[in-house]
Design a protein around this ligand. Sequence first.
Ligand code: GLA
Length: 385
Amino acid sequence: MYPLIEKFQEIFGYQKSLFSYFSPGRVNLIGEHIDYNGGLVFPAAIHLGTYGVFSLREDTLFRFFSMNFSNEGLITVSLEDLDYRKEHGWANYVKGIILEFKNRGFQLNCGFDLLIYGTLPTASGLSSSASIELLISYAINELFQLKLSRQYLALLSQHVENHYMGMHCGIMDQLVIAEGKKNRALLMNTATLEINDVPARFSGYEWVIMNTNYPRKTTDSKYNERRHECHLGLKIVQKHYPVHYLCDLTSTQLEQIKHTFLNETIYRRVRHAVTEQERTLASKNAMEKQDACAFAKLLDLSHESLKTDYEVTGFHLDTLVEAAKSIGAIGARVTGAGFGGCAIALVPEEKVKDFSYLVGQIYQEKTGLKADFYFVTFENGVHAI
Ligand code: GLA
């Protein structure tokens, strides 16, 4: 934290009464694109994330500085003008959260100065945006002693992502970043928000995150399109079954109404949601039995479904996943929204040493891009430091 405190002083010119927080990123082991279909998901909070140093002000101004975007300089806004502005880039996440607290009637009687430093690669599927949202909502809750629950903060942050940023995400990222547990992954029922934390390591294997470094340009619009397709699919399903969510359906039930789908794409989107739910349920059993091979098989099937039925992987992710498998990963899949970004692999310990080098080489030969690799630990949710 020391360099951040020094930097705070350099930017803001003082270092009295500082409050520091850390908000993790997340990796999703399995259960992809079903948190907006009432499904079961299996993410963990990770040690990469966003640090924030805050100091309350005496007026109602807010000043933000990000060490990751230092070329954008100091951004100053007031409590009276927090509307979204394209030119404010990353700071819109901060403004959106503050505005949402204000809109909900919470009395923020002063502004703050904020220094931010993130260790997550941005726009790579490890939830850098939810990490910053939770950093701000958690800090506001603490600094203004609002006594709101972690679940409330997660829902508020999701609301901002949906309505202020325009990304119609589910609740997975915000909830795991709020509720993460050290050395555990969270099995989260996104219909009820019930959470079970479970140890998520297989003895003899490592989780490795692999970044395609392929820029995700149109992710938000593609993501919203998938969400809409699921909505259309649900309308068809509901003509036949009294379900609330796509993930309430079984694949046998879906098979019986297959012929009623006039649009084949919508059918495939629904099939992904339904089968991914079944895979996540099966992965819970595999984890409980410490059956790494069974879990790995589910990872592979999940990737295949996201590739062919949901169409969110693409050349770079597929190439990286195939390279990982050819070098000895027993299972691998895209993690997060897809369309570029990151994948995860379950790698036998004895293969880990050369894994990044060998996979990186194949990937670079085939795509011309350099992949990055992260060996992550699973961590607690957002907290003071
Ligand atoms: C993004 C969204 C999440 C979830 C994943 C896909 O990370 O923010 O809500 O839908 O994609 O599983």
